[in-house]
Ligand binder design. Structure first.
Ligand SMILES: [Zn+2]
Length: 420
């Protein structure tokens, strides 16, 4: 006979509850019954039935109570073999849940109101007693809110954890930060430096937290960006001697001069990529697999190997192999005329810069680190739109001039972009 699924090994009945996360917020639901609980807020869920898998039970409960399609992506581990204490006969198992994109919770009979709480709104509702601590832990598993897409360089955050990384350094995670971290998968823009409550932040990296609470940082992150089984966090690197206390509210200040230089480099990099697409369009003999937002063959995206943003510049390496030739791009002809193409690109760029057009990063309303963000700038001839996780200038008036250079390499070519 298989083991019962609705009780723990020590015979306690399992109640499942959902930490429903969306765009950095946690779902709270207000109970209508029984009378003793009415008006109290909870993480929605219910009892696991005999023979039922706890995850399946939670998906069922969420469909019955809130009419949503849910996917279990992990758990919020508690102190009782991963569960949370309720009473002698029951434990609470809190599972991390994502909803289908168009699924909106609609309270039925058991609840009358739901709210999406940001980490600092957690105390705004009266949680039922057994849910107070698990809800706080669930909020601690929300991804870091980031303010750098708007250009912010200062802010406040609550310290969620401090991890010793080596003999000298600690990694500090806060609930909200203006710092831009290096991306672990596409490390184009360096992490910000600055200060945290006056202590030097030497670097800033991307990290993940798993269901066991383990923090992986930078190159040690072993999953793809946004993997829902992990919590995605910004990790600020400080001297161990200056580590803040978990729970403290700290002031965060990015080195604004360095950030501005990287933002100029990043915007110039994207503009140069679109200018490259346009000025090399005549070297394509077939319909390309992708076109950019302005309608030109997307050579930049099709052939890019490496991109590095530097202060007031960028380095991009492109591969021109057999597959690119087969796709219809004549790299030899382009490289033979590369100086003329560079001159055309610079002229095009100068025309764009002269408009002083605004440049924005659209987060789609998701303030978290791994939201799908898009950089947009309305230049003549069609908007410049590129998916981007970095920082940018607020308008093209910040860029006096952009120079580009194309250099042949064994693999293909590299593009050097300079601002000024
Ligand atoms: Zn970018």
């Amino acid at each position: 006979m298989s083991e019962p699924t609705h009780v723990t090994r020590d015979g306690r009945r399992i109640v499942v509850a959902a930490s429903v996360e969306r765009a950095g917020r946690l779902l709270a639901a207000r109970r209508t019954r029984p009378a003793a609980l009415a008006g109290g807020w909870e993480l929605p869920g219910g009892k696991v039935e005999p023979g039922e898998d706890p995850s399946a039970a939670l998906v069922r409960e969420l469909r019955e109570e809130l009419a949503v399609d849910a996917v279990v992506v992990g758990r919020v581990a508690g102190p009782l073999h991963g569960d949370w204490p309720l009473d002698d006969g029951h434990v609470l198992r809190v599972l991390r849940v994502h909803l289908a994109p168009d699924s909106e919770p609609a309270p039925g009979i058991a609840h009358d109101v739901v709210r999406w709480l940001s980490p600092d709104e957690l105390g705004d509702v009266a949680w039922l007693e057994p849910d107070v601590v698990p809800a706080r832990a669930a909020a601690g598993r929300l991804p870091t809110w980031v303010d750098f897409p708007s250009g912010a360089v200062a802010g406040e955050g609550r310290v969620l954890r401090v991890d010793r990384l080596d003999a000298d350094r600690v990694g500090v995670v806060v609930d909200r930060t203006p710092f831009h971290p290096l991306d672990h998968g596409w490390p184009d823009q360096p992490g910000d430096a600055g200060t945290l409550d006056g202590a030097r932040v030497h670097d800033c990296l991307t990290g993940t937290v798993d269901d066991d609470g383990q923090l992986l940082v930078g190159g040690a992150v072993d999953v793809r960006r946004g993997d829902p089984s992990r919590t995605w966090v910004v990790v600020h690197l400080l001297d161990a001697a200056e580590a803040p206390v978990p729970g403290a509210l700290v002031a965060l200040a990015v080195d604004g001069v360095a950030r501005s230089a990287l933002s100029r480099g990043h915007s110039a990099c994207h503009l140069a990529a679109l200018a490259l697409n346009q000025t090399t369009a005549r070297f394509w003999s077939k319909e390309p697999s992708r076109r950019d937002s302005r309608g030109f063959p997307f050579l930049d995206q099709i052939a890019i190997q490496v991109s590095r943003i530097t202060p007031d510049g960028a380095y991009d390496a492109y591969r021109c192999g057999r597959s690119l030739r087969k796709a219809g791009f004549d790299a030899e002809a382009f490289l033979a005329e590369r100086d003329d193409v560079a001159r055309d690109a610079e002229q095009l760029l100068a025309g764009w810069l002269a408009t002083g057009a605004t440049s924005v990063v659209d987060t789609g309303g998701d303030p978290t680190l791994t939201s799908r963000r898009t950089w947009r700038c309305d230049v003549p001839g069609g908007p410049a739109v590129i998916p981007c996780g970095g920082t940018h200038v607020p308008d093209l008036g910040q860029l006096p001039r952009i120079r580009v250079e194309y250099l042949p390499t064994d693999e293909g070519f590299e593009q050097l972009t300079h601002v000024g």
